[in-house]
Design a binder for this molecule. Structure first.
Ligand SMILES: [Zn+2]
Length: 232
């Protein structure tokens, strides 16, 4: 352990690196944050998506800082612990369904093209791949099928109220035709469930069997100071 710590400290001194969650001088996510971020107790999120939605954590710290660091600041070292956390929500969703399927595909919520261009990366798809690898490690045949896409432009959901969000995404997604094993929609954040509901509608219209949705974080209460709800 001390060897690893020494290497991390040296890398940190050399690169000026710090943990993207707590700021400790280290290369990548520090061991303490890694343990906290992955040590989640998933819960059924109280959002109205028309399907069961399980979340790994509340949209509070350290998950909030980690989610923002991963999505907005390009901290790719967070893909591993956040993928683990998301995988636990996927597992909880499937177990709550009573009967485990033989296999499952995770369907990442499509990111806005402008957001992918800005970030140079589809962070939701990357999170889905990490989560699927963890689920597959438990013996369940799991993969990723990025079969959803936008069929028209949508505005950023941040700043819209519940009605505005539903209107913004209504009919906005389309899925490739799907048969066979069921799917779980995955995303980093659920706020009102509007996007997850639209994703579910589009997948079902394409013939998919939708188990539900799993998200990293759910916004479950009013945040101090108010302000616009985040995208999701
Ligand atoms: Zn840390």
């Amino acid at each position: 352990m001390w060897v690893r710590a020494g290497v991390d400290a040296a890398a940190s001194w050399f690169l000026g690196a710090s943990c993207p969650t707590c700021g400790a001088p280290t290369a990548g996510v520090c061991p303490a944050c890694h343990a906290t971020l992955t040590g989640v107790a998933p819960f059924a999120a109280p959002v109205d998506a028309g399907v069961a939605v399980w979340a790994s954590a509340d949209y509070t710290d350290p998950w909030r800082t980690a989610a923002i660091g991963f999505k907005e600041r390009g901290a790719r070292s967070l893909a591993d612990p956040l993928g683990w956390a998301l995988a636990r929500a996927v597992a909880a969703l499937l177990l709550a369904g009573g009967r485990l399927p033989d296999g499952v595909d995770l369907v990442p919520m499509p990111s806005r093209a402008a957001a992918v261009r800005e970030r140079g990366l589809d962070t939701t798809a990357l999170l889905a791949r990490h989560a699927a690898a963890v689920v597959a490690g438990t013996g369940l045949d799991a993969g990723v099928d990025a079969c959803l896409r936008h069929r028209r432009r949508v505005a950023d959901q941040a700043g819209l109220d519940v009605v505005g969000r539903r209107r913004n995404v209504a009919g906005a997604f389309v899925a490739r035709p799907r048969r066979g094993r069921p799917v779980v929609v995955v995303d980093d954040l659920a706020t009102t469930g509007a996007s997850l509901a639209e994703a579910t509608r589009a997948l079902r219209a394409a013939g998919a069997s939708v188990c539900g949705a799993a998200v990293l974080c759910a916004v479950t209460r009013e945040r101090p100071g108010g302000g616009a709800p985040p995208s999701g």
